[in-house]
Design a binder for this molecule. Structure first.
Ligand SMILES: NC(=O)c1ccc[n+]([C@@H]2O[C@H](COP(=O)([O-])OP(=O)(O)OC[C@H]3O[C@@H](n4cnc5c(N)ncnc54)[C@H](OP(=O)(O)O)[C@@H]3O)[C@@H](O)[C@H]2O)c1
Length: 268
């Protein structure tokens, strides 16, 4: 598994991590992902999967880069601290590698939330601070609210079907050395139908590019996301075979012809 630097930290994370929203099975798929080098495991207090993640990583905690999130309705200073303690307790760990603000708040001052996030780092409960679903202005405000630590990642929706972050957010993150963690990179499965039978001109183009490289449609859709050097992706799967397949999105590149064909098939 190829690695990329997380923000400007010097810490390396895999190009393909594992999402756990809707993860409804035992520990094996998560352990398989880690064994294959897909060791960034993403969860959130609102997913209801922190216990399952904790259980899976118990014997391998030191091999995992563990990411969770505080919900957008828990962003007051004291609530953030409480939410983090809850996540740690449910996962049975004493620190999280990355703690992310799940959604920006329009009622709580960002300064208040960020002060809490920095307190968590000071207390050793969190290693790195991230955000999620923040636009450029929200990123600027959050960065300005930090006193001692950087924001190392912004987790946002990105796939061939959802490309709006290309115009402003990705260039901003690249300039500011913030990792973009692309969520729903398979458009929640729509880009890689399990039947293998997709429809529409987009799917045909994707299939052709995949065939040319001897890759699957899912691997090709995620390699397309990974053409941005600041990006990593976190597909969710609870299936051993598909986890292995998804790891094969890392470490290869699409060429200019492929990118043109996919641009035409999935216009920005
Ligand atoms: N920050 C946020 O607001 C936010 C929002 C949404 C998601 N996320 C994070 O991003 C992660 C991924 O996003 P997502 O779960 O929305 O969607 P996704 O990763 O695009 O798609 C997941 C779906 O695709 C299927 N799948 C996975 N690999 C496949 C493959 N190779 N071929 C065919 N089907 C495949 C999965 O089923 P199987 O499990 O059966 O393989 C699942 O149904 C989440 O789990 C979560 O951690 C974050």
């Amino acid at each position: 598994m190829e690695l990329r630097e997380l923000g400007n930290t010097g810490v390396k994370v895999p190009e393909v991590g594992l999402g756990t929203w809707n993860y409804k099975t035992g520990p094996e798929p998560i352990r398989k992902a880690v064994e294959l080098g897909s060791f960034l495991i993403d969860t959130a207090e609102m997913y209801g999967t922190e216990e399952a993640v904790g259980e899976a990583i118990k014997p391998i905690r030191d091999q995992v880069f563990l990411a969770s999130k505080v919900s957008g309705n828990h962003l007051r200073y004291d609530m953030v601290l409480e939410a983090a303690e809850g996540s740690l307790r449910r996962m049975g760990v004493d620190y999280m590698d990355l703690y992310q603000i799940h959604w920006p708040s329009h009622t709580v001052a960002i300064k208040d939330t960020m002060r809490a996030m920095e307190t968590l780092v000071d207390r050793g409960l969190v290693k790195y601070i991230g955000v999620s679903n923040f636009n450029v202005q929200e990123m600027r405000d959050a960065m300005a609210a930090m006193s001692n630590y950087p924001i190392v990642a912004n987790q946002v929706k990105y796939s061939l079907q959802v490309r709006h972050i290309e115009r402003g957010l990705i260039p901003f993150c690249e300039e500011n050395k913030v990792t973009v963690i692309g969520y729903s990179p398979l458009a929640v499965g729509a880009l890689a139908p399990k039947s293998g039978d997709g429809s529409g001109p987009g799917f045909k183009a994707l299939q052709q590019v995949a065939q040319k490289h001897g890759k699957t449609v899912a691997q090709t859709a995620m390699a397309w996301c990974l053409r941005h050097p600041s990006m990593i992706v976190i597909p969710k799967s609870q299936n051993l075979g598909r986890i292995e397949e998804n790891c094969g999105a890392a470490g290869w590149q699409l060429d200019t012809d492929d990118l043109q064909a996919l641009d035409k098939a999935f216009p920005a």
